[in-house]
Design a protein around this ligand. Structure first.
Ligand code: SAM
Length: 302
């Protein structure tokens, strides 16, 4: 899905360089270019201790350093979508076949991807193809659980929010209405969300630490997704704050469970079964994040 012909990659690089040159002049543009390459080398080294994966996949590293437009919140396809289906199917109790069908429903949804691609094409520092990675698991969770209220902390561009809203839209056509509340510090967050999906979306521009206690008083939350500041104490605080606003079947999902044990600890202290799955990015230097899922107490573990 993300294989772009070399001439297109060169064209995008030229466009980005030209935009920077126009803004800051030739000498500054060259110095910025050198800094970008330097930062990317640093990123590659961070994710490849001893350069091991660079030796194994030199073209992948080269592609990232010189051609990848993204500087953070990397996007990519997954090499283990089948494992994701098995994980979601087992944990949510719907079976791998149904989970796989939900995941493929998203992956094969060409009109939706085209909508996102059209918006992405207006940005210089974005890939021009929407690649969902582990967010396909979030989509599957919404399709399986049919939540009325979903919270996502950390909206950023709005890729995850778009995927969640598309799942809610599908649920609605099947008679299960639901909405998404996104929380982010940055007012322009969610620019990628197609306008037609925004009627079921509200953005709270606040620190989640101050927004969540109030939301927990007002809402019955069926699915809570942590994806903002990846600090273990902050993350744990989010679960504590939203806990009393969870519905009886409320599920907690962490986008950070590969890096902290906040959701695992919270789950253990509240008698909630916890499960973790790790994604494998396809053709990317980033080794991948994961999905932590915390189920309501008493829900049978697989
Ligand atoms: C990793 S990005 C979110 C990615 C997004 N969920 C997606 O699917 O692409 C993290 C976001 O969290 C926001 N953020 C960081 N700290 C926050 C806080 N304390 N409260 C709310 N948002 C925060 C940042 O502004 C950033 O947009």
């Amino acid at each position: 899905m993300n294989v772009e012909p070399v001439h297109m990659k060169l064209l995008h690089i030229f466009r980005r360089a030209e935009a920077v040159r126009r803004r800051v002049g030739f000498a500054q543009a060259i110095s910025r270019g050198i800094r970008v390459v330097h930062d990317r080398l640093h990123t590659v080294r961070r994710y490849s201790p001893g350069w091991s994966s660079v030796y194994r996949h030199p073209f992948r590293a080269f592609d990232f350093i010189f051609f990848d437009p993204e500087i953070e919140n990397f996007t990519y396809d997954l090499a283990n979508l089948d494992e994701l289906a098995a994980f979601m199917g087992s944990v949510l109790g719907i079976g791998a076949k149904s989970a796989g069908a939900f995941i493929q429903e998203l992956e094969q949804d060409s009109p939706f991807r085209a909508e996102l691609n059209n918006i992405l094409r207006t940005r210089l520092y974005k890939k021009h193809t929407a690649l969902y990675g582990r967010r396909a698991g979030w989509y599957c969770a919404v399709r399986a659980l049919r939540p009325q209220v979903v919270i996502e902390t950390g909206v950023h561009d709005g890729l995850g929010s778009s995927v969640l809203l598309r799942a809610l839209e599908r649920n609605r056509t099947e008679g299960a209405d639901g909405r998404l509340i996104g929380i982010d510090l940055v007012p322009s967050s969610g620019w990628l969300i197609p306008r037609r999906l925004c009627d079921r979306f509200s953005l709270v521009v606040k620190d989640s630490a101050s927004a969540l206690p109030r939301i927990a008083e007002q809402e019955r939350v069926d699915l809570f997704i942590h994806d903002d500041a990846h600090d273990p104490d902050h993350e744990f605080g989010e679960y504590r704050a939203i806990h009393k606003g969870l519905s009886a079947g409320g599920v907690l999902l962490s986008d950070n469970a590969h890096a902290t044990d906040a959701l695992k600890r919270f789950s253990e202290s509240h008698g909630r079964p916890f499960h973790f799955w790790r994604e494998k990015p396809k053709d990317h230097v980033y080794p991948g994040a994961g999905i932590g899922l915390s189920l309501p107490p008493g829900r049978r573990s697989p």
